[in-house]
Design a protein around this ligand. Structure first.
Ligand SMILES: Nc1ncnc2c1ncn2[C@@H]1O[C@H](COP(=O)(O)OP(=O)(O)OP(=O)(O)O)[C@@H](O)[C@H]1O
Ligand SMILES: [Mg+2]
Length: 444
């Protein structure tokens, strides 16, 4: 039988009536008589269960214990307290937030043994990787907020129709995931889902990529080639960043939406293609229409079924679930010592505004999972400020500089290092962005 590891922390003048025979039998026991000793022991190895033996504790010591437990959330804690201490509000809050269970002095060894047994059982349970945080019904969109529930309902509805869908949402908010969910819930689910990022294909190539070409259509066209629209036949064509489509191609796309036919480059024979179009944009296309960069008639054609993906800051209640989801998703990459997020990290995650949305959350978590030094990810590992706090000794000017640098990094990440798009998102000219990148030593 393998011994189960137990850390017992004794604080105050505890009458140590617990003996190895009555409670600690069959346990690999480590004892600590202060929080510092406990920290050292916990640095050296992981304890699934911890026992807190508390006697005559002052308010200050309770506060220290509270902060200690704040960062030791991967262990299941069982406390033993004097009955009168349970009346103390701080003690009650600590029990509610951090303890698996508690007893009062004098202890009943048999009952305490039972409790510890349950705590081990629970520790095993939460350690099982197969426990998924999202149910299979909820598409791949993780979240329990009202905003996500609303989005799921809309996805199911528009999946039943065949008219074009226009998805609007900030960079990294989940537009592509939403388009895929529509496809997967539609009658076209078994046919291809072809995603095209209109902003990423060079203007000179985009027409032949989308519409295909005939043999001899241009130098180098030795063989005919189907375009991406034809590749999506019977399925769904997802046009991401549709606002980046050059004006002349907008006319071709409009024709496809109106008549259901395309012409390959170099051919005058129309080809009928049955593909459902879902388009997405992170800019308001109405503004692009006003600026003469987007055809109004195309906007009306695309915007039959509009869908909004809410920004992450509008569904902050989903942040703990999303964070844990990504932690599990990238577990294979992580430093094996890291077991989860500290309470402070979750607070900082909730307080932050997430300008780069889910994509930024993923990036920060992945980086922290590789870089964190301790067992639990801290706000510092995520490079997030603690709510309302300046970092140690940081002056206002430094906070401004850091905020500027963070905003630039986020927009560059969100645009796939496309400086023109990042500058647009930041509301500055390209020249200004280049100057700021140089100032902060950022490479695109
Ligand atoms: N609710 C969610 N649950 C789980 N993963 C999500 C969720 N929303 C977004 N993601 C993930 O976040 C990343 C960004 O999402 P997606 O690519 O769909 O966003 P986008 O709005 O298309 O971004 P961009 O504007 O940069 O093109 C993807 O890896 C996606 O799987
Ligand atoms: Mg996208």
């Amino acid at each position: 039988m393998t011994l189960r590891r137990l850390l017992s922390i004794k604080l105050g003048d505890t009458p140590h009536l617990i003996t190895p025979d009555n409670v600690f039998a069959h346990r690999d026991l480590t004892t600590a008589s202060s929080l510092n000793e406990a920290r050292k022991a916990m640095k050296a190895q992981f304890f699934p269960v911890g026992l807190l033996l508390i006697q005559d504790t002052q308010e200050k010591e309770l506060e220290a214990l509270h902060s200690f437990l704040d960062v030791q959330q991967a262990t299941q804690w069982v406390g033993v307290f004097p009955a009168e201490l349970i009346k103390n509000p701080l003690c009650r809050a600590m029990i509610a937030q951090h303890l698996f269970d508690f007893h009062t002095w004098p202890i009943d060894p048999l009952r305490l043994n039972h409790t510890l047994g349950h705590a081990y059982g629970y520790a095993d349970l939460v350690d099982q990787p197969h426990i998924t945080l999202s149910s299979p019904r909820d598409m791949d969109l993780v979240g329990n907020s009202a905003a996500i529930a609303h989005l799921r309902t809309h996805i199911r509805k528009v999946a039943q129709a065949s008219a074009p869908v226009l998805i609007w949402g900030e960079s990294g908010s989940g537009k592509e995931l939403t388009a895929l969910a529509i496809h997967q819930h539609s009658a076209r689910a078994k046919a291809p889902f072809i995603a095209v990022n209109c902003g990423a294909i060079p203007a000179s190539l985009i027409q032949s990529e989308l519409f295909g070409y005939e043999r001899g259509a241009f130098t180098g066209a030795a063989k005919e080639k189907k375009g991406l629209i034809e590749a999506a036949a019977q399925g769904t064509l997802f046009l991401d960043e549709v606002g980046d489509l050059p004006l002349e191609l907008q006319a071709n796309l409009l024709r496809f939406l109106q008549e259901g036919t395309i012409n390959r480059v170099g051919s005058s024979t129309p080809i009928r293609v049955d593909a459902r179009v879902i388009a997405a944009s992170h800019i308001h296309l109405q503004d692009a229409v006003k600026a003469g960069q987007f055809r109004e008639d195309l906007l009306y054609r695309l915007n039959v079924l509009p869908l909004n993906v809410p920004a992450l800051r509008e569904r902050k209640e989903d942040l703990p679930l999303l964070s844990k989801h990504f932690f599990k998703l990238f577990e294979h990459d992580k430093n094996p010592r890291i077991t989860g997020f500290s309470h402070r990290a979750l607070q900082a995650i909730k307080a932050y505004e997430w300008p780069g949305n889910v994509r930024e959350l993923i990036n920060r978590i992945r980086r922290a999972m590789v870089m964190a030094e301790g067992r639990l990810i801290t706000p510092e590992d995520l490079d997030l400020p603690m709510p309302g706090a300046l970092r140690n000794g940081e002056a206002l000017e430094e906070v401004r500089i850091r905020a500027e640098r963070d905003a630039i990094n986020v927009c560059l990440q969100g645009s796939g290092s496309n400086v023109t798009r990042a500058a647009r998102d930041l509301g500055v000219s390209r020249m200004t962005l280049y100057r700021l990148m140089e100032k902060h030593g950022i490479n695109a």
